[in-house]
Ligand binder design. Structure first.
Ligand code: HAS
Ligand code: CU
Length: 558
């Protein structure tokens, strides 16, 4: 396009650089592989929980559940996020330098090594501790070391990405950075700050304890450090999806984004409020004063705001687009949306899922209601309609244009149709499965548990229908995963073309406006972030050291 203005003008780049593309592709290959393995595990779990199926070859339910969580929630997402952010930077800020690229590759290989170590321990049945690895369940030390390496690998890759971002800023002093590059920087800075928590608990608690150097572990502290990381983790997954919603979708529609400044503000709010809220996962845990739980609940309600801003922006974009297409009346614009473009449909269905997904989050975060849903399968329903639908469907949409873009191909009719099938099958499967999970959860069905009749208890018999529904949903999801794999193969093989698929990046209605300066004042942003963390965590964490909590020995319950 010749009429690029504002931040786009500085990024004369219109493509992901060739060398960078290889790294992006390597990451995306891991995504497909992880999806297949993790999805198969998921299907088998729903079958076990239906009560109609037993796992063969002595595979344990919790072993499989650990594999499912680790490979999908951690491995698949991390590789996607690294690949996508590298692509977004290369596309909008320009190619990576040799040293930046080298960091990307080193990170990739360290993540690969860590993943293989953990996967081997899970396969050997030495690490059935689920993806949250709650103490006092104790895995083999190699499992924790593997997970630590996965995190260290992301740090190395993120270092390369941040260097690319700051190099752009140095070379273009005083200008506003391309929006997508800015967004990757926010996500990466948030990531560095929050992973310090999980690194601390793994290095100083889990590894020495699993090696037998110390006998006991402080459970409260380990969980708190985990959730200090575990909540921002969910936004680390979500923000790349939001990058697509804000910066890609308007371009797919052929219209402008609502506001570049508003998008940046939303991301800043995520940086501020994602981290000091982890205790909303511990609202029923002992050892944390109600006051600090309450404070983190209030902060949780703050982190809802940027998602509401995002919803508002999306409605604005859709309506503007629809009206341009001649829509009249209140809701006519809805019909004018491009219902045959898989890039749009995948994302839109994801957004629809996020309406109940977000509402469920607000229910979880509300102190009293959390008592009802905590540790029930409602929570599993919640995270399947957040990370398992809006986030992953958007990742699919991104791969739909990114894979042909980086390999020199186009989305042809068949690929587009596969994408549409994928969207609908996924929606059907996830819809049935997660609805059943929410219902069963409200009737008390526990999460993290294999099939049991609980000695014929009446209440347990109420759950069975829902568990069968979950298996039906799980089966559709498995079909969807096969479609996804076929789609990725289709997008990366076959004849190349001269003008490959574009990586769409939108302009904004306020493109000509100057950017609000403080949103790129990193010193200020980091100070505020740390300040909020100190307020939320200093006292509860100090109490965990001073209140003489008895340590726990390790247990291997499988
Ligand atoms: Fe959550 C537990 C609270 C969002 C993931 N969450 C989890 C766990 C995961 C997870 C994995 O407070 C389980 C962890 C474990 O293993 O124990 N969650 C929230 C809140 C939000 C939230 C307040 N969660 C997410 C996202 C996730 C995710 C996002 C993944 C990506 N969550 C909790 C709490 C717990 C919890 C408690 C602990 C529960 C317990 O007891 O264990 C908020 O961020 C949600 C804000 C979102 C919205 C939605 C905005 C809607 C949008 C779509 C607009 C649609 C459009 C299209 C434009 C308010 C942006 C519409 C068009 C039309 C035409 C209609
Ligand atoms: Cu959370």
């Amino acid at each position: 396009m010749s009429n690029y203005t504002g931040s786009e003008i500085f990024s004369s780049k219109t493509k992901v650089d060739k060398k960078d593309s290889k790294l992006v592709l390597a990451n995306m290959i891991w995504v497909s592989f992880a999806l297949l393995i993790g999805g198969t595990a998921g299907l088998l779990q729903t079958l076990v929980r239906s009560g109609q199926f037993e796992l063969p070859f002595g595979i344990g339910y919790y072993q499989l559940l650990t594999l499912h969580g680790v490979i999908l929630a951690l491995v698949m997402t991390f590789f996607f996020i690294m690949g996508f952010q590298i692509a977004a930077l290369s596309r909008t800020a320009g190619s990576f330098s040799t040293s930046e690229l080298r960091l990307g590759w080193t990170g990739f290989w360290v993540m690969t090594a860590g993943t293989l170590m953990s996967a081997a321990m899970i396969a050997l049945n030495e690490a059935s501790v689920l993806y949250t690895f709650y103490a006092p369940l104790q895995a083999h030390a190699v499992h924790y070391i593997g997970l630590a390496l996965v995190i260290v690998g992301t740090w190395i890759s993120v270092a390369g990405q941040l260097m690319r971002y700051f190099r752009w800023r140095k070379e273009n002093k005083g200008q506003k950075t391309p929006l997508l590059s800015y967004m990757t920087a926010i996500n990466n800075v948030m990531w560095i700050v929050c992973t310090i928590g999980v690194a601390a608990t793994v290095l100083f608690q889990f590894i020495p304890w699993s090696l037998g150097w110390v006998e006991t572990i402080n459970i409260s502290l380990s969980r708190t450090l985990f959730w200090y990381f575990g909540h921002p983790l969910v936004y680390f997954w979500l923000l790349p999806a939001y990058m697509v919603w804000y910066a890609v979708i308007p371009k797919v529609l052929g219209t402008k984004g609502f506001s570049d400044n508003l998008a940046r503000l939303a991301f800043v709010l995520f940086l501020f409020f994602s981290i000091p809220v982890g205790i909303h996962h511990q609202l029923v845990d002992p050892g944390i004063d109600a006051f600090w739980k309450g404070l983190q609940v209030v902060l949780t309600f703050m982190v809802i705001v940027p998602s509401l801003m995002t919803a508002f922006s999306m409605f604005a974009v859709f309506e503007t687009y629809g009206r341009k297409q001649g829509a009249r009346g209140l809701l006519d614009w809805f019909k004018k949306l491009p219902w045959t473009d898989a890039r749009f449909v995948l994302v839109f269905i994801g957004m629809l899922f996020f309406i109940p997904g977000g509402l469920g989050g607000i229910i979880n975060a509300s102190g009293q209601m959390n008592q009802l849903v905590h540790n029930t399968i409602w929570i599993v329903g919640h995270f399947h309609i957040t990370v398992g639908a809006p986030v992953i469907l958007t990742y699919f949409a991104a791969m739909l244009f990114l894979l042909p873009h980086i390999t020199g191909r186009k989305i042809d009719k068949i690929a587009n149709r596969l994408g549409l099938f994928l969207a609908y099958t996924w929606a059907l499967g996830m819809g049935i499965m997660s609805l059943a999970m929410h219902w069963a959860g409200l009737r008390g069905a526990p999460r993290r548990s294999a099939f049991s009749e609980y000695g014929g208890a009446d209440i347990a018999s109420e759950w069975i229908t829902y568990q069968v529904m979950q298996a039906v949903g799980g089966s559709f999801l498995f079909i969807a995963i096969i479609i996804a794999i076929l789609l990725f193969l289709k997008l990366t093989t076959g004849p190349k073309v001269n003008d490959p698929e574009e990586f769409p990046v939108a302009m904004f209605m306020d493109q000509e406006e100057p950017v609000v300066k403080w949103v790129e004042n990193w010193r200020l942003l980091i100070i505020i972030t740390i300040f909020l963390i100190l307020i939320a965590y200093t006292v509860p964490v100090t109490q965990m050291f001073t209140e003489n909590i008895p340590g726990a020995k390790g247990f291997k319950l499988w």
